[in-house]
Structures are given as structure tokens and as C-alpha cells.
Design a protein around this ligand. Structure first.
Ligand SMILES: C[S@@+](CC[C@H](N)C(=O)[O-])C[C@H]1O[C@@H](n2cnc3c(N)ncnc32)[C@H](O)[C@@H]1O
Length: 227
């Protein structure tokens, strides 16, 4: 699984960018945690998101070598690491941890990830999680494994309902808020599906996108670790 993810994202990030985001979406992500201090971005991708953080310093890691390389080129102290294995940071290193669009790639191996994030976050620190929201039918069906209108590049990255994640934080005593957020972003590499498949899916995905246009595509969990 880890190898499949790293190979996929090495390929998707072969150019100099993995995704493009409008500035408004980057600003929304940056604003989630106002005083960030020492910040870690989990699954930092090509570094586009952490590059916009106004933090004291920003570290990141990604399972994809190419993503970590691109993130470093954008000034992020990026390492190659697997979120579900031991992380290369000392206990309580970070004041803030962001994790944007990564947990749905982990095939629900969430317990070891939350254990490690809890270890490296300082008491009183904030964990900000953003994920595609399975409660939005457009998001659910374009991400679902085996869906005929899947546009997600990997066939096992279903969108998440926040209620699947909150127990991991509640049992560690975090104070939580969960709310919707709308983030636009475009994958740069479009060759995952052949053109004919993209054309065949387009009427259905566009119709669903239109029907659910007012429903946010993601949720954010802001979790404060106990002092
Ligand atoms: C959908 S992309 C999101 C990238 C970035 N956070 C963003 O939102 O633009 C998912 C990222 O998670 C990384 N990833 C997938 N599995 C991972 C794992 N087990 N450990 C660390 N990173 C992982 C991928 O390589 C990819 O960069």
C-alpha cells in the first residue's frame, strides 16, 4: 500500500506541481490556526499548502520522494516518511499540525497515525484535519472505490465521514470542533484516466456537482490537545 501510494504520487508530481489551489482556498487553510508556532504538515505533497502558512517554521513529510523534493524546493523542511510508521521527530516538537487530504489515503490505518501525531504535538497544541466529506454525494461517488464515476486517482481512497475520525481524538482527550469547509483544488496530472473515460463520466459528474453545488466538499476538524 505504502509503495503503491508513493509510486502514484511520485508520478502525479512528476512536473513541478501536484495540485493548483486558488489563493482563496490557501487563505482559508492558513486561517484555520491563527498562531501556528512550530508547524508540521502531514502528507505535505508538493509544498503548495504549507508554503502559504504564516508559521515560525514549517516542517513536512510525505511518503512520496518526489513530493518531499518539491516541498523542499518551496522552502519546507520536508522528509520522506510514512504517516502510519514512526515519525522522525522528537516528542512534543510541534505547536500545530496540519493534515490535509491525507487520511483518506491510509485505508483506515488511522490508529498508528493518531498515536504518532499525538506524540509529536505539544500539550495545548492544535491538530487541523481537512478531508473530503463523504456526506456530500458528489464527493462520495467520485471518490468511492469501484464507482463508475470515480475521479480519485487511486481505487481505495474513499471520502470520510468526520464521525469516523472523532473517536480517535476524543479518547485521547482532545477538545474538538467539526465544521464544513469548501476548498477548491485541481490535480495537475490528468492522464490517470484515458480521455474517453473522462468524457464518458463528465455528464454524470457535472450533473452531481451542479446538484450539490451548495454543499461543502470537505470538513475540518480542529482538535486541541489537553495541557
Ligand atoms: C491528496 S494528496 C494531498 C497533498 C497535500 N496535503 C495537499 O492537500 O495538497 C495526498 C498526499 O498524501 C501523501 N501520502 C499518502 N499516503 C501517505 C502516507 N502513508 N504517509 C505520508 N504521506 C502519505 C501522498 O504522497 C500525497 O502527497
Amino acid at each position: 500500500m505504502k509503495r503503491a501510494q508513493s509510486a502514484l504520487f511520485d508520478r502525479l508530481a512528476a512536473g513541478d506541481r501536484l495540485y493548483t489551489y486558488p489563493q482563496e482556498s490557501l487563505d482559508k487553510l492558513n486561517a484555520l490556526v491563527p498562531a501556528k508556532g512550530r508547524t508540521l504538515d502531514v502528507g505535505c505533497g508538493d509544498g503548495t499548502i504549507p508554503e502559504c502558512f504564516d508559521a515560525d517554521f514549517t516542517a513536512g513529510f510525505d511518503v512520496s520522494f518526489r513530493c518531499a523534493q518539491l516541498a523542499r524546493s518551496r522552502g519546507i523542511r520536508a522528509a520522506v516518511a510514512d504517516a502510519a510508521n514512526g515519525l522522525p521527530y522528537a516528542d512534543e516538537t510541534f505547536d500545530t499540525i496540519y493534515c490535509v487530504d491525507v487520511l483518506h489515503h491510509l485505508e483506515q490505518r488511522w490508529e498508528p497515525v493518531f498515536a504518532e501525531l499525538n506524540r509529536v504535538l505539544r500539550p495545548g497544541g492544535t491538530l487541523a484535519i481537512v478531508e473530503p466529506d463523504a456526506r456530500n454525494p458528489f464527493v462520495r461517488w467520485t471518490q468511492a472505490p469501484g464507482s463508475p464515476i470515480r475521479v480519485a486517482p487511486y481505487d481505495n481512497e474513499p471520502a470520510i465521514d468526520p464521525a469516523e475520525l472523532t473517536p480517535f481524538l476524543e479518547r485521547r482527550g482532545y477538545e474538538l470542533t467539526v465544521r464544513p469547509i469548501h476548498i477548491e483544488g485541481e490535480q495537475v496530472e490528468r492522464s490517470v484516466f484515458p480521455l474517453w473515460q473522462r468524457l464518458a463520466k463528465a455528464p454524470f459528474t457535472l450533473a452531481l456537482a451542479f446538484q450539490y453545488r451548495n454543499q461543502p466538499n470537505k470538513f475540518v476538524i480542529l482538535a486541541r490537545k489537553q495541557d
